[in-house]
Write a protein that binds this ligand. Structure first.
Ligand SMILES: NC(=O)c1ccc[n+]([C@@H]2O[C@H](COP(=O)([O-])OP(=O)(O)OC[C@H]3O[C@@H](n4cnc5c(N)ncnc54)[C@H](OP(=O)(O)O)[C@@H]3O)[C@@H](O)[C@H]2O)c1
Length: 202
């Protein structure tokens, strides 16, 4: 399948490596356009493509991987969603990677906010609690599988993302809907940044 990324920074590139390894094609996009992504896609290798945001968002599955402060303007800049699955990998921090401060979101499930800003998209919260070094490392550690968490209101979309993440090599744990699961897995919640391993088949 072709998977789009909105954002092409550290997190999106770690995602792209996993997706390419699992046999998918990845269209990466950012705010500056495809020409700024040539070196990145060359490094990622065959199957990685530099795209516009519109091209990336048109894929059947799309990763949202922009800084939290940029989420509203980014989603507002995209064409209408037509039932694509939108994997929300964002976390509520102000600032850029390396210089984060937690954003005050109260008791809000930030993926519900993402869903409200992306009507027509089937939003699945996933991978946000995985740090880039862990994402880049082998999903299997001493025979145990790294755990990836997912939450969504759309069961069909959640199942599709579960299948993708299992193909990446992860053990997948379903945390329920966007409200309850989102609060558990987003930054500020109990799972944020943690690295869990599961032994045995998943
Ligand atoms: N780093 C991690 O360990 C990690 C782990 C899990 C989740 N996350 C989450 O993933 C998101 C991205 O983190 P990151 O570490 O990858 O950040 P990053 O390295 O700073 O990359 C951010 C990317 O977002 C793009 N971007 C910004 N505004 C945009 C817009 N309006 N339209 C399209 N693209 C836009 C940037 O493109 P330009 O360069 O063109 O502006 C850049 O490619 C954050 O929400 C973060 O919380 C990060």
């Amino acid at each position: 399948m072709e998977i789009g990324t909105i954002g092409a920074g550290d997190f999106a590139q770690a995602f792209a490596k996993r997706a390419l390894k699992a046999g998918h094609k990845v269209k990466l996009s950012n705010s500056r356009g495809p020409d700024s992504l040539r070196e990145i896609v060359d490094q990622l290798g065959p199957g990685a493509m530099a795209a516009t945001k519109e091209e990336a968002a048109a894929c059947e599955m799309v990763l949202l991987a922009v800084p939290w402060d940029n989420v509203p303007e980014t989603l507002a800049s995209l064409p209408k969603w037509k039932n694509q699955i939108l994997i929300d990998g964002t976390n509520p921090f102000h600032g850029q990677a390396g210089n984060f401060t937690p954003a005050a979101v109260g008791n809000l499930s930030t993926s519900q906010l993402v869903a409200a800003l992306a009507p027509g998209a089937r939003v699945v919260k996933a991978l946000n609690n995985m740090t880039v070094p862990n994402f880049g490392a082998d999903p299997v550690v001493n025979g145990a599988r790294r755990v990836a968490f997912i939450s969504a209101d759309d069961d069909g979309a959640k199942k599709r993302v579960e299948t993708l993440l299992k193909a990446f090599g992860y053990s997948v744990v379903d945390l329920g809907n966007l409200r309850d699961g989102g609060l558990i897995q987003q930054a500020g919640g109990p799972l944020a940044g943690r690295d869990f391993l599961e032994r045995g088949e998943s």
